[in-house]
Design a protein around this ligand. Structure first.
Ligand SMILES: [Zn+2]
Length: 424
């Protein structure tokens, strides 16, 4: 059994959307009430209230406020658990010597949604070719909300839990499925062996010289986003116009995210379904995108340039791509080889003679002084990781490594000589 998560966009009718909004408001009220209770109990009696204390009060709340009943008791428990998690995270970080923020009261407009932790109280129906409905609640009051899209796992997949989310005024249902491994499998149409170098100039460069251009979603939107921010700065704070512009900017960010995710899904799926072996290097985005601003003691240099580079690195979505490649490769039965970047140094190594040829990031062409091999830099790196994947173990260490023990030996010999001479 494997777990898969699928997110559907919901298309509630006006009355359904109103009801969902009311439910989110009630969940938010419960969350805030529980938080208030914890704070007051501690202030007045020095007592800390546990999750179970609060869970046991839920029946009384439902008796006094019948509107809570239709939300489902497990969904209500889940909201209390969410608060409990917030407290656990707070104390854990406090213990670790960090300075966490205390769990906060939330405005219902900003409350993201609620969650059903088990398959009770809702049902996912997939109908026809490309859609379905989500049934929420029970009996005559149940809602049947239309949704777009279907998951690819068929009838064998068992829905396990559901999260209803609200984002920029749109509703989404995120369903966890338990899927048998056979239903996860992807059919492979070809069995190529490919080395790939992911980067910014081109999003991907292959060992055969082919490339996939970098779509640069964020950069293309920057001018428009800056324009929206300028407009908003001129409006009165809290006015309808400010809100409208904020919403527009949020939608634009969302769109960039959607475009990026779609591109990554398509590119990674194409890769795993055409390749029997994909060779690439371990990802190090964290090391790549250093904080440009620096610290008080050590302010950063070239802040603007570095910030721009960071934005581009994060925008290319390489981290997301590597995650997708990893699980999709398993599904397609593709071998994913990830070379150790520090040992192999694919961008510095010559794919012709395996010598290290140091280059700066600005040098886009690899010219080997040892064997005369000349090739675009990224193309060369892709070839290096592919060679490494074909010769596991030996590929990295074959030539440069043996030198080290020899040097160590000769050193120990010179150190020994004086002692022997003293003895004589
Ligand atoms: Zn060479």
């Amino acid at each position: 059994m494997d777990w898969r998560k699928v997110t559907f966009k919901l298309y509630p009718r006006v009355r359904e959307a109103e009801r969902l909004t009311a439910w989110v408001r009630l969940h938010c009220e419960l969350y805030n009430g529980a938080l208030q209770e914890r704070i007051e109990a501690y202030r007045k009696a020095g007592k800390s209230i546990s999750y179970y204390d609060q869970q046991n009060v839920l029946p009384q709340i439902k008796a006094a406020r019948p509107e809570f009943v239709e939300l489902g008791s497990h969904a209500l428990q889940q909201t209390l658990r969410r608060l409990d998690l917030a407290f656990q995270a707070f104390f854990r970080r406090l213990k670790a010597g960090q300075t966490p923020g205390f769990p906060r009261f939330k405005a219902s407009e900003r409350f993201s949604g609620f969650c059903y932790p088990d398959p009770a109280g809702w049902k996912l129906h997939q109908q026809g070719q490309r859609g379905g409905t989500l049934r929420l609640g029970s009996g005559q009051d149940a809602m049947a909300i239309r949704l777009r899209g279907q998951h690819r796992f068929g009838a064998q997949a068992k829905p396990n839990d559901l999260t209803i989310m609200r984002k920029n005024g749109q509703w989404f249902a995120c369903v966890s499925l338990r899927v048998p491994e056979t239903a996860c499998a992807r059919a492979r149409s070809d069995h190529q062996h490919r080395g790939v170098d992911f980067g910014l100039t081109d999003w991907a460069t292959f060992d055969n010289g082919q490339t996939i251009a970098n779509p640069r979603w964020t950069r293309n939107q920057l001018a428009r986003l800056a324009d929206l921010q300028r407009q908003r700065a001129k409006k009165r704070k809290g006015s309808v116009r400010t809100k409208r512009l904020t919403h527009q900017a949020a939608r634009r960010h969302e769109r960039v995210g959607n475009l990026r995710r779609e591109f990554l899904h398509q590119a990674t799926t194409r890769l795993v379904t055409t390749c029997a072996l994909i060779a690439t290097e371990e990802l190090q985005t964290k090391n790549m995108s250093h904080l440009a601003r620096g610290t008080m003691q050590k302010p950063g240099r070239m802040v603007q340039q570095k910030a721009g580079l960071n934005r581009e690195i994060l925008s290319a979505g390489l981290g997301m791509a590597h995650q997708m490649l990893a699980y999709k490769a398993v599904e397609a039965g593709t071998r994913l080889h990830r070379s150790n970047t520090r040992q192999l140094k694919p961008s510095q190594r010559c794919s012709g003679c395996w010598e290290i040829v140091p280059k700066t990031l600005a040098q886009r062409v690899h010219v080997c002084p040892h064997c005369g091999h000349t090739m675009p830099r990224d193309h060369n790196s892709a070839l290096v990781v592919l060679i490494d994947a074909h010769t596991p173990g030996t590929g990295v260490a074959a030539r440069p490594k043996p030198l080290a023990p020899q040097r160590a030996k000769s050193k120990s010999v010179t150190r020994e000589t004086p002692t022997t001479s003293l003895r004589l």
